[in-house]
Design a protein around this ligand. Structure first.
Ligand code: ADP
Ligand code: MG
Length: 322
């Protein structure tokens, strides 16, 4: 349904996108995940025909976006990072305006009423957009993207700036839209893609560094437990070396947060193996005092670091082969 091949976008010497390729099949919900500046909005703006590419191609349902932007746009509903809402219009006035702008030919009233139902904005349909909460504004933006009944939906950071309750509601909405549409949404929040998407494309500095099923991307990160430790002892090196001898400990890192009497460490252990008892015994033997031990969750940053390291290793290997 969506096919991107060797897409590059350059601003002067800066590559916002550097030779990216991916494919999204009909009916898939795919997350484009990456930190700020990774190239997510650039990708989406090219896919939706709002930005030209330096080289490469992008096709939606077989139509080349760069050659036939008008035709391609008919296949797409787009929620940009900043949806162009008219604050002085009511919700229904705005949807009618979009309906005309897109030259739709559906029975207008029932069609717009159905969309208002789907995105749950019926109760605010006669309110001025400028008076709506951010969550409702986002729903109106999503409604606008649905007006031309497109098979493909492209949403740029759809939950950014929403409160936790609104985020849950928008996620549920995305999931329900996924039953009838092919969706690509961007986010810099890992739990978002985990909650909504079947596949994740990870983008970093304009490169795709992973394109996998959601569970495959998160499995690796979840296969170990991590703890933050504070330990008093002679030197951080001695403590670190000792910690590394404990069965089940995979990796120990010295953290910068040392205070007058203790050192801080990040310790990675095999999942399901409780290292705390041997750890306490070891420290007692060596006369180290554990004054802090807390589990640390895995966040997007860790996964990025891992993926970037993995990609760099691969590149290194490839370069050596040549
Ligand atoms: P994301 O949406 O992932 O945060 P963007 O796609 O907006 O990232 O940006 C990717 C990179 O391209 C960034 O380094 C950004 O600074 C750069 N960039 C985006 N738009 C422009 C522009 N109009 N001129 C120059 N650089 C740009
Ligand atoms: Mg962006």
């Amino acid at each position: 349904m969506i096919r991107v091949e060797n897409l590059t976008k350059r601003y002067g010497k800066h590559y916002a996108l550097n030779d990216i390729s991916f494919e999204i099949k009909e009916g898939e919900i795919v997350g484009l995940l990456g930190p700020n500046g990774a190239g997510k909005s650039t990708t989406m703006n090219i896919l939706t025909g709002y930005l030209s590419a330096t080289s490469g191609s992008a096709c939606i349902d077989g139509i080349n976006v760069l050659e036939n932007p008008t035709e391609a746009k008919r296949k797409i509903g787009y929620l940009p990072e900043q949806p162009p809402l008219y604050h002085e219009m009511t919700v229904m006035e705005y949807l009618n305006f979009v309906y005309e702008l897109k030259g739709c030919a559906f029975p207008r009233e029932p069609h717009l009423a159905e969309i208002a139902d789907v995105v749950k904005i019926r109760d605010v349909k006669d309110r001025l957009i400028g008076h709506l909460s951010k969550g409702y504004k986002q729903r109106v933006g999503i409604a606008a993207a649905l007006v031309n009944a497109p098979p493909v939906l492209i949403f740029d950071e759809p939950t950014v700036g929403l409160d936790p309750q609104q985020i849950i509601e928008v996620r549920n909405l995305l999931r329900s839209l996924g039953r009838k549409h092919t969706i690509i949404l961007s986010t810099h929040i890992l739990p978002e893609v985990q909650a909504v998407c079947e596949k994740i494309i990870v983008i970093h500095h304009g490169h795709i560094i992973a394109n996998e099923k959601t569970e495959d991307i998160t499995r690796e990160a979840e296969s170990f437990d991590r703890f933050r430790l504070k330990i008093c002892g002679p030197s951080s090196r001695d403590i670190r070396n000792a910690l590394q001898t404990v069965n089940g400990v995979r990796h120990v890192e010295v953290l910068p947060g040392r205070d007058a009497e203790s050192y801080a460490f990040l310790m990675e252990c095999e999942r399901g193996r409780d290292v705390r008892k041997p750890l306490f015994r070891l420290c007692a033997d060596r006369d180290f005092a554990i004054i802090g031990l807390e589990p640390v969750g895995t966040d997007l940053e860790d996964i990025f670091v891992r993926l970037v390291e993995k990609a760099a290793k691969k590149e290194g290997k490839g370069a050596r082969k040549k």
